[in-house]
Design a protein around this ligand. Structure first.
Ligand SMILES: Cc1cc2nc3c(=O)[nH]c(=O)nc-3n(C[C@H](O)[C@H](O)[C@H](O)COP(=O)(O)O)c2cc1C
Length: 345
């Protein structure tokens, strides 16, 4: 019988409970991707709040990626120092921290290129951007990296038949469309064997012609065969609104349970977790090992400590999604949301 609050491990990482902060892009970096002071404070507050591990927000491996404002980067060695400061903050509080390596758009010759325009040389360049990002992550002291292959960003378009119409070895079949991710995985494992390597993936694109659950399962199996360390299950339409405790929590659960039957990979499930009762039910329905949270921690960064102390009322987050519209992606129900700074551009 798995409990939410019991010490466990994620690969070699020591976890004090089964709750993980899912990647949350705060919009608190400048145009070049340098983090502002508030981002360090957010990390400190989260690590103090009892979460077992933090996955950073979207961190671009490219200096030319301007898919949205305020994204942090690990696209050159110039960023290592500030990321080291972030990992030190988490580690001083006994909290492992994983950086989410991502690419929103790929600007070959300074235009956003579709996955179908890329030459094999471009593809090798993208593989190396992720691997170089991982090397910098290791130097900055991160415990792991998460390859962002969900939510319509570049790699999720690459694995999706809805976008990838390539007729070469990087297309045609789930194996072909997964080849870039497998190459990234190999490159990271070779160059940074000490890092935990996770991936966030859509269980489905939820549009006609897009990635199906069967194809997503096949890609996860390939990743497992190639020594991926964990998978975080998400899906397009990631932040479903109006979640009510006990009613529509854990909305990608069915896929995660199927994945658990097909691989031995540790599984992290994100999406609409709001109550301890429902989360423990999911943990014990199958092989889901960790539950990850985003919006509830914007409203209550110390939610894990609140629950652990015996106040087991569901998360106060009402899933209104207005956090997406505020500067610094603050919860509109917290007074700090009125303070300008960072924010969407
Ligand atoms: C403001 C905001 C920013 C987000 N940024 C990211 C991100 O950088 N990377 C990512 O994979 N998901 C991101 N997400 C999605 C969350 O990680 C999560 O998958 C989703 O919100 C569902 O979980 P929840 O119900 O716990 O919020 C973001 C969500 C919110 C609300």
């Amino acid at each position: 019988m798995k409990k939410l609050f019991e010490p466990t491990t994620l690969g070699t990482l020591k976890m004090k409970n089964r709750l993980i902060r899912s990647a949350t892009w705060e919009g608190l970096a400048d145009e070049r991707g340098h983090m502002n002071e508030e981002l360090f404070e957010r990390c400190e507050t989260l690590a103090d709040g009892g979460i077992a591990a933090i996955i950073s927000g979207f961190t671009s491996v490219s200096g030319d990626d301007h898919c949205f404002g305020g994204i942090a980067r690990l696209s050159s060695d110039d960023f290592i120092g500030e990321h080291k400061r972030l990992t030190d903050i988490a580690h001083r509080r006994g909290c492992p921290i994983i950086v989410q390596l991502a690419l929103g758009e790929y600007n070959g010759a300074y235009r956003d290129m579709s996955v179908n325009d890329l030459s094999e040389k471009d593809i090798r360049r993208i593989r190396d951007m992720f691997a170089d990002g991982a090397v910098r992550a290791a130097k900055a002291g991160y415990d792991g990296v998460q390859i962002h292959a969900a939510h319509n960003f570049f790699l999720s378009r690459f694995i999706s038949p809805g976008y990838n119409r390539r007729t070469d070895r990087y297309g045609r079949t789930p194996e072909g469309r997964a080849a870039l991710i497998i190459e990234i995985l190999h490159a990271i494992k070779t160059r940074c064997p000490e890092l935990h390597v996770s991936m966030k993936i859509n269980c489905s694109d939820f549009f006609s012609g897009g990635l199906t659950p069967a194809e997503s399962l096949r890609i996860c199996e390939l990743c497992a065969e190639n020594r991926m360390d964990s998978i975080e299950v998400s899906g397009n339409g990631t932040s479903v609104p109006h979640i009510k405790a006990g009613e529509n929590e854990g909305y990608f659960k069915d896929f995660a349970l199927r994945l658990g039957e097909r691989t031995d990979l540790p599984i992290i499930l994100v999406g609409g977790h709001r109550s301890i009762g429902k989360m423990e039910q999911i943990l014990n329905e199958g092989r889901v090992d960790f539950l990850s949270l985003s919006r509830p921690l914007l409203r209550e960064p110390a939610l894990p400590n609140r629950w652990k102390s015996g106040d087991t009322a569901p998360a106060k987050c009402v899933s209104c999604n207005r956090c997406y519209q505020t500067p610094g992606h603050r919860c509109v129900f917290s007074r700090a949301s009125e303070t300008p700074g960072g924010g969407m551009k």
